[in-house]
Design a protein around this ligand. Sequence first.
Ligand SMILES: CC(C)(COP(=O)(O)OP(=O)(O)OC[C@H]1O[C@@H](n2cnc3c(N)ncnc32)[C@H](O)[C@@H]1OP(=O)(O)O)[C@@H](O)C(=O)NCCC(=O)NCCS
Length: 193
Amino acid sequence: MRTVKYFKRHRMELSLRHPLPPVPALPAGFEWLPWDDSLLDLHAETKFNSFRGHEDALVFPSLGTRAGCHNLMGAIRFRVGFVPQATWLVVGPDGCAGTVQGLRDDAGHGGIQNLGVVPECRGLGLGRALLLMALHGFAEARLPRAFLEVTATNDPAVRLYRSLGFRAAKVLYRAVELPDRAALAVGLWHSPP
Ligand SMILES: CC(C)(COP(=O)(O)OP(=O)(O)OC[C@H]1O[C@@H](n2cnc3c(N)ncnc32)[C@H](O)[C@@H]1OP(=O)(O)O)[C@@H](O)C(=O)NCCC(=O)NCCS
């Protein structure tokens, strides 16, 4: 038996018409890898390692499997609006640490896709640095505005976005069909609006 649950999400937006804060230096031992097609698998693997077991992997089941993350990366890469300058990987002493991708939408705004830092590397400033690299990439591509969507209960992400000036523009509910056991295990969903 399956249950439909509604996850509350915020669309958050930021004008890119004002100067952005500079990108902070990465901690010692970490470095940037700019987009290259040969990195598609590494982005997918890092996405998988960042979202594995996370609530967002219930909201978007493709984030919860290696194959799903691979398909998602391929779909992002081959979208007409793919913005390579807003797509970055951070690599550390023990391998890939974080990933972000950028997509231009039909309105010409930059959408942040699946910002993720692997659990062992969180709290080091990598999420903020990745987001700023993507925003600078949008600015370089002359996009006037950035946006993203975030699950309302994702405090670390919401705090990060707010601290960089993103503000909630719209509330969305995403309906997800969960098996009953998973629904019970999560316990974080919202009732239908
Ligand atoms: C959200 C995420 C990318 C943050 O990455 P990170 O590298 O740990 O973040 P940073 O070290 O750069 O911290 C930046 C800010 O995020 C917020 N933050 C990070 N971890 C936090 C936590 N555990 N609790 C509350 N706020 C937190 C804070 O505002 C922090 O700023 P501060 O250090 O000045 O307080 C990371 O937690 C993650 O990958 N989570 C799983 C995937 C995910 O939720 N992605 C976002 C989807 S919308």
